[in-house]
Every structure is written in C-alpha cells, then in structure tokens.
Ligand binder design. Structure first.
Ligand code: KG4
Ligand code: ZN
Length: 337
C-alpha cells in the first residue's frame, strides 16, 4: 500500500508518500515563513492562496522523487483539522478531487495525531502505552496513549501554547518570526541573570500557562538597557523557564501514569536545549524518550502520509465525497487505529 499525504493546516504546504515496504519514500515542503515574516505572524488569507499555488508542483515533485506514478497510489490522506479553515479547505479539496478522479479512498487526518506519530517514521517499533507531549505553535498537551488512536488528555495549556510563547517573546525582543529557532540561537550566548517564574509548577495537576512568562519578559526587557547581551540573557532565561516547566510537568505525569516511554512532538520539540533537558529527566526516571527527526518536528506531509497509512491499512476511509474540514477538532474524539 502506498499513501500520498497532504498537509495544509497552517502556513506550510507539505506532501509525503509512505509505502508499506519502503517506509517514507518522498517528502516535499514549501514553508511560507518568509512571506508571513514581514507581517509578524501567519496571515490566514495569504496562507490559503499560497497553498493553492504550491500544492500541485509539490505533489508532482514527490511523485517524481519516489519514482511513483498515479496508478501506484492507493489512497490520499489529508489534514482535516485542527487548523486555519482556508488552508484546510485547500488541502481537503485537492485530496478529495484526486481520490475521486483516481477511484481510490481519501481519509482526513488529525494534525496532532500526525505530529504524535512522526517519531514512528524512523522508529517503527514504538508501541503503546506511552506518554506524549505535543508542543507546537497552537497546542501544548500531555497525553496518555494506551492504544494508538485513543488519546487521553492529562494536561494542556490554559492560555498560550509553548511555541506561541516563543513567537511572542521573539517579537518582543525584535528577533523575528518564527520565534523558536531565533530564541534558541541567541540564548546560547545568554547568561542566567534573571529569575523568571516557573508557571503552574507550584499547583497540582498537569496544565500549563505560558502567557505570564511573556509579560515577565516584557517587563524585564523594558527595564533593561536593551543591549545585545541583555537580549541574549532574557532569551536564555525565558527558554530555561519554558524548559524547566515542561520537564517538571512531564516528570509529574510519568510518576502519575507509570509510563516508561515518552514521545515528544510538534515544532518546539526541535529545540535541542529542551530535548537535552527532557532526555536527562527521562534517564533519571528510567524512561525512554523518542523525538521526531528534526525535519519532521514542524509541520510536514510525511507525518500525514504515515498517519494516513496506519489508518488506511486498517480499512479506514472517508465515508463521503463531501469536503468536511474540522478547524476545531478535540483529539480525544478520534477512534482507535
Ligand atoms: O508544529 P508546528 O510547525 O506548527 C503548529 O502545528 O503549530 O510548530 C510551530 C512552532 C512555532 O511556534 C515555532 O516558533 C516553534 O514551533 N518552534 C520552536 C523551534 N522550532 C520551531 N520552538 C522552540 N525552539 C525551536 N527550535
Ligand atoms: Zn503542527
């Protein structure tokens, strides 16, 4: 079985082709970061128009790179939600039209399930039960996974997602968009001179709150001389605070659930400083940590092709031709794979 995956939930157009025997055989991506950077964040209308322009050449390149022909494709998986409505509509319309014209099934995939399964692109032997941390621009969640496809949310952010906090903090420090990579880079030259809070760590439970850190950053920045070193120090202390908070909550969740495996996925999982700290904690907890390859932390089509493959090989497919996206789609509503 060979599945073509289409990701268009936000501002990346991603295509992947996943094969039964060979695994991932192609993936193509167009990031709209440069286009949105001048606006300081993603502009939904521009994002959907850009998907329309980019999607066809990216599909053709993925077919070419994997030496595939249309008749080799057995199903089309696409991101059904959550995400920006216009962007989702573009991918869903292309997927359904292709599936109809080729006489093959289509299946709408949950974007976060795609992220969560991304480590399986390389490590096919990961089996539940495991704990999962999803840290992206739109979500921060700790999830218990007893069976693939059934996701029990143990904690989530009450306000900003971790990636969103990185982006907003970077904007405040004039470091550009997206903020995560920019903060990670400049933080390397920073020193731990400010005492940032560790939000929600003094309260029971597994929820997060990152909006206070943003306010703390703003106040610290306004009081500083705004020198390059000040900015590096603030970035370092902000990143330390996010990392410590995530590690603290993960440790609590591992104790609570007794899981011995942890999957960390989503854009923020590309942060090497946070990865290292999670790895250190997992060693102490006798837990194995899995991360996606750095290419598959942020949005991509490969993860959608894989999630589509895993479900379509079990016979799952969309029941109708109608285009039915879900810009809001709680992950606990999914069915078992
Ligand atoms: O998963 P993703 O591509 O999109 C969503 O589904 O939201 O995540 C994008 C987010 C952005 O907020 C970006 O700043 C963050 O991931 N990010 C990072 C890093 N690389 C990307 N955050 C921290 N450190 C990084 N190296
Ligand atoms: Zn994402």
């Amino acid at each position: 079985m060979r599945i073509l995956g289409i990701e268009t939930s936000c501002d990346d157009t991603g295509i992947g082709i996943y094969d039964n025997d060979l695994g991932l055989i192609a993936h193509t991506l167009h990031s709209q970061i440069d286009m949105h950077a001048e606006h300081g964040g993603t502009v939904p209308e521009l994002a959907s128009r850009e998907h329309v322009i980019r999607i066809k050449p990216l599909i053709e390149k993925a077919l070419h790179d994997s030496n595939s022909h249309w008749q080799d494709i057995d199903g089309i998986a696409y991101t059904r939600g959550p995400g920006l409505a216009g962007s989702l509509l573009t991918g869903a319309t292309v997927a359904k039209s292709l599936a109809f014209s080729l006489g093959i099934p289509a299946l709408g995939i949950h974007h976060l399930e795609g992220h969560l399964l991304a480590p399986l692109l390389e490590q096919k032997d990961i089996q539940p039960p495991f704990l999962a941390l999803l840290v992206s621009g739109g979500h921060t969640m700790i999830i218990s996974v007893e069976k693939l496809g059934t996701y029990k949310i143990l904690g989530e952010t009450l306000d900003d997602a971790a990636g969103e906090a990185f982006d907003k903090t970077a904007r405040l420090l004039n470091l550009g968009f997206p903020g995560g990579p920019a903060i990670e880079k400049i933080a390397q030259g920073g020193e731990s001179v400010y005492k940032f809070p560790r939000p929600m760590c003094d309260r029971p439970g597994l929820d997060f709150s990152f909006s206070g850190l943003k306010t703390f950053t703003r106040n610290t920045f306004n009081k500083s001389q705004k020198s390059e070193q000040d900015i590096a120090n603030i970035a370092r202390c902000f990143q330390d605070a996010v990392s410590d908070t995530i590690v603290y909550k993960l440790k609590r969740a591992l104790k609570q659930t007794s899981h011995k495996q942890l999957i960390v996925a989503g854009g923020v999982s590309a942060n090497k400083f946070i990865r290292n700290n999670i790895n250190e904690m997992c060693k102490q907890m006798d837990t194995k940590a899995f991360f996606p390859n750095l290419n598959f932390c942020t949005d991509n089509g490969a993860m959608i092709a894989l999630a589509g493959f895993m479900r379509m090989i079990k016979g799952q497919k969309d029941s109708s031709l109608s285009i039915d996206i879900k810009p809001r789609w709680p992950i606990h509503e999914l069915s078992e794979i």
